[in-house]
Design a protein around this ligand. Structure first.
Ligand SMILES: *[C@@H]1O[C@H](CO)[C@@H](O)[C@H](O)[C@H]1NC(C)=O
Ligand SMILES: *[C@@H]1O[C@H](CO)[C@@H](O)[C@H](O)[C@H]1NC(C)=O
Ligand SMILES: *[C@@H]1O[C@H](CO)[C@@H](O)[C@H](O)[C@H]1NC(C)=O
Ligand SMILES: *[C@@H]1O[C@H](CO)[C@@H](O)[C@H](O)[C@H]1NC(C)=O
Ligand SMILES: *[C@@H]1O[C@H](CO)[C@@H](O)[C@H](O)[C@H]1NC(C)=O
Ligand SMILES: *[C@@H]1O[C@H](CO)[C@@H](O)[C@H](O)[C@H]1NC(C)=O
Length: 466
């Protein structure tokens, strides 16, 4: 999220090759938007269509692979368009993404349904339903909207509890200066606990902003993003890594905090530019062998860097590999399945949503192969914008290998505290449907699919506790 160069629109390009790709993408979005002007979106009648059925998976996961399509009716426009108008290229400045970014858009309710005074849509579905409604307001067990943006989940073996950490953004959205991006002052890292991944109890702010000391990394007018927590089996400590920056995103550093418990308080240790490089969007990944890695966007978001952490997880080592060079990806979310590493990333367009990519690699250091857009269902615009959201974490589901939850953020730059959570089933199964760019030997990799659902729930028996 939040690319380096704030722009009024995201249509400028610096690198030639990227320019043509984004021009095509924006033209496509522009065309689709014109179609949209003649269409009605009806969420309630979302048609369910079975896109793919993988018999290798547990039957209870099949319902998750029934990708829901958005029912869009395109009535024929009344007056015929003049041939000249038909030839005219759509204005690039009016895309559905602009509509999404416009707080006065008539389509606002499509992107941000409901409002905070509405009953918890999850609870309204009934006790034993446990449905996720991507994009709607999610409440904690106290009835307050969950504040855990750009976050991730830790499963704590000791307490057999899930902990969800993220940016606590319940403050006013403002622009620090004319060219500045929309922001909320640092409040801290919110923490929520759950046994069932559905009811979330607020554990408080486990790492808070610094109110007075202006030179401190966590001073409120600075930036704290994408906190992730991993547990160190050797030291018995919970270690939090996060993106630390100033309001202009020029510091580009990574910070570390430590705690004896998953519910904090975390003690802030400091920040650095890892391996001497700028570091913005980031995540950490703990491998099966206990080695943890820091993955961050670097060289002004043009590439990703991956490096192992020290044994205590408190620092990087001198080992680092540059991957996805020149590809300008951010919001990395790593996961592993049957010995293969997978990653979901987004493009760099600030708060605006863009197309996700799945990547795979035999070694975490690469080479990483792009496997295309993993989004299935919804409609084309939903798939080109990752369902109007940006990846932040991929959580494996116990007992069902190959099944995961994709956690993504639907940012609301007009009111960042009201950004929404888009969680969807992510399934690694089935053959790839497009050739890999560079390699031929890894063709045994499975395809990564993220299935759109207006509402969905975890299958019976997914829980570790049963
Ligand atoms: C939110 O819901 C309340 C109660 O239903 C309504 O009065 C209010 O206008 C709504 N606000 C928005 C922004 O939709
Ligand atoms: C919800 O669950 C509680 C406790 O398990 C029960 O007492 C209550 O009747 C349930 N409500 C509904 C609507 O199912
Ligand atoms: C303010 O924060 C900086 C950086 O953490 C620290 O070196 C300094 O001692 C702090 N000043 C006060 C007055 O606490
Ligand atoms: C950020 O940039 C603006 C405009 O370029 C400048 O006025 C401001 O001082 C900068 N702030 C920081 C914290 O660097
Ligand atoms: C990153 O951007 C800054 C500010 O525009 C510039 O000074 C620096 O040279 C850039 N670094 C790279 C590696 O492109
Ligand atoms: C982290 O490691 C680097 C070398 O890899 C070292 O220069 C630095 O001092 C270490 N930082 C801390 C806080 O130990």
């Amino acid at each position: 999220m939040r690319n380096l160069y704030r722009k009024p629109t995201n249509l400028h390009c610096n690198a030639g090759s990227r320019c043509s790709i984004s021009a095509v993408l924006w033209s496509v979005l522009g065309c689709l938007f014109l179609l949209h002007l003649y269409s009605n979106i009806d969420h309630k009648d979302g048609k369910v269509e079975e896109v793919q059925l993988r018999s290798s998976l547990h039957p209870q996961f099949r319902e998750l692979q029934q990708a829901e399509l958005l029912n869009i009716q395109i009535p024929s426009p009344k007056g015929k368009r003049s041939p000249r108008a038909a030839k005219r290229r759509p204005k690039r400045t009016t895309t559905l993404v602009d509509e999404f970014m416009d707080e006065n858009s008539p389509l606002r309710h499509v992107f941000f349904p409901g409002n905070k005074s509405v009953v918890d849509p999850m609870k309204a579905a009934g006790n034993d339903s446990y449905y996720y409604y991507p994009g709607r307001v999610w409440l904690d067990t106290d009835g307050n909207p969950i504040q855990a943006h750009g976050g991730g989940i830790l499963y704590d073996e000791k307490s057999r509890t899930y902990y969800w950490y993220g940016e606590y953004k319940d403050g006013p959205t403002y622009h620090a200066h004319k060219k500045g991006t929309a922001r909320v002052d640092i409040i801290g890292v919110g923490c929520y606990s759950s046994k069932d991944l559905w009811t979330w109890k607020h554990e408080g702010i486990v790492l808070g902003a610094e109110e007075k000391n202006e030179t401190h990394d966590l001073y409120k007018s600075d930036v704290l993003e994408r906190p992730k927590v991993i547990y160190n089996d050797n030291t018995g400590k919970y270690v939090m890594w996060m993106h630390i920056d100033d309001a202009n995103y020029t510091k580009a550093a990574v910070g570390v905090a430590i705690s004896d418990t998953p519910y904090g308080p975390f003690n802030y240790l400091g920040s650095q530019r890892p391996h001497g490089y700028d570091s913005r969007d980031m995540t950490v990944f703990k491998d099966d062998d206990g080695v943890a890695y820091l993955i961050y966007s670097s060289e002004n978001n043009s590439e990703l860097h991956i490096g192992p952490l020290t044994e205590d997880y408190l620092n990087v080592t001198s080992v680092m590999r540059r991957v996805l060079i020149g590809q300008r990806r951010e919001a990395p979310a790593l996961f592993k399945h049957q010995g293969t590493y997978y990653m979901i990333t987004s493009g760099c367009t600030g708060w605006a949503p863009n197309e996700a990519l799945a990547h795979a690699a035999e070694s975490i250091f690469g080479p990483w192969e792009a496997m295309g857009n993993p989004c299935v269902g919804g409609n084309k615009l939903f798939r080109l914008t990752t369902f109007f959201a940006q990846s932040t974490f991929v959580l494996p589901l116990p007992r069902f290998p190959g099944s995961f939850i994709l956690m993504a953020d639907r940012w609301n730059p007009a009111d960042l505290r009201d950004s929404r959570y888009v969680w969807l089933p992510l399934i690694v199964a089935g053959p790839l449907d497009q050739p890999l760019q560079h390699s031929f030997e890894f063709s045994l990799w499975s395809k990564v699919s993220i299935y759109w659902h207006r509402k969905w729930r975890l299958p019976q028996g997914w829980s570790r506790f049963k």
